[in-house]
Design a binder for this molecule. Structure first.
Ligand SMILES: C[S@@+](CC[C@H](N)C(=O)[O-])C[C@H]1O[C@@H](n2cnc3c(N)ncnc32)[C@H](O)[C@@H]1O
Length: 232
């Protein structure tokens, strides 16, 4: 397993701390569990600028699958952004966000929703964080009930795909880079199959040849880096 720590200068707004190195699942040997709140500003920007307005104009269901969600920070960050967007735009959606991972240990933290030793930095998402996360008085941030209501976590290997459920948005961030080209194609197939017609899919960071194949192999339009929309 990698000993890589979260680079808070580059990506982090709220540090995940070094505790990830303590995971002992065998699954952790193949991929680091490094994650942070609001790790991917461009994904979240496209979510509010493109995905949510588009889906809200054609329906009110918004089911999201975060595949390889680690300890849940990605899921809760997306949930905060969606809840805020619905509030500001007075546009209630039936929102449910599924986080899945192969690591039971990571999912245990995700389900608890308690993050010790979070170092708050001065950054644009502090307002959202303070609104939806609670301070337990002992240095931990804990998810509030609004976040709990729209999130669920399941242990699932991406290779197994989604049983029958289809999602308006599929997100798989910082997972592909740990796998071979063959495995990347396999995961891509599963993720695409889980996406609704006209749904959105965000996948980072496949190999270049896999990226090229995405638009050749699947009926998608690319509208931003790593972001695609199914044609139908
Ligand atoms: C680097 S973390 C990324 C977490 C989050 N997506 C983010 O971007 O912050 C990679 C996660 O993928 C999970 N993972 C690796 N292979 C997986 C697989 N085949 N199925 C489900 N999860 C997987 C790991 O357990 C780890 O938690």
């Amino acid at each position: 397993m990698s000993n890589k720590k979260v680079d808070t200068d580059n990506t982090g707004y709220f540090s995940v701390s070094e505790s990830l190195d303590g995971f002992t699942d065998s699954s952790r040997r193949i991929a680091t569990g490094a994650t942070t709140f609001f790790r991917n500003p461009e994904l979240l920007r496209q979510l509010t600028n493109t995905v949510l307005p588009s889906l809200a104009s054609s329906g009110n269901r918004f089911h999201v699958w975060c595949a390889g969600c680690s300890t849940g920070m990605e899921v809760y960050s997306i949930a905060m952004v969606v809840l805020d967007w619905m509030d500001v735009n007075r546009c209630p959606l039936q929102c449910k966000i599924l986080g899945s991972d192969i690591s039971d240990e990571a999912l245990g933290i995700a389900r608890t929703g308690r993050y010790p030793s979070l170092k708050k930095l001065n950054q644009p998402n502090s307002i959202l964080f303070n609104r939806y996360m609670l301070d337990d008085g002992n240095g931990s941030a804990v998810i509030g009930k609004e976040l709990r209501a729209v999130t669920v976590f399941k242990q699932r290997d991406i290779a197994l795909g989604s049983r029958s459920h289809k999602f308006e948005l599929v997100v798989c961030d910082h997972v592909f880079q740990y796998f071979t080209e063959t495995r990347q194609y396999e995961y891509l197939e599963r993720l695409m199959a889980a996406c609704q017609p006209h749904g959105f899919i965000y996948v980072s960071t496949p190999l270049n040849q896999v990226i090229t194949e995405i638009t050749n192999r699947y009926p998608v339009n690319k509208f931003a880096k790593h972001f695609y929309r199914l044609k139908g």
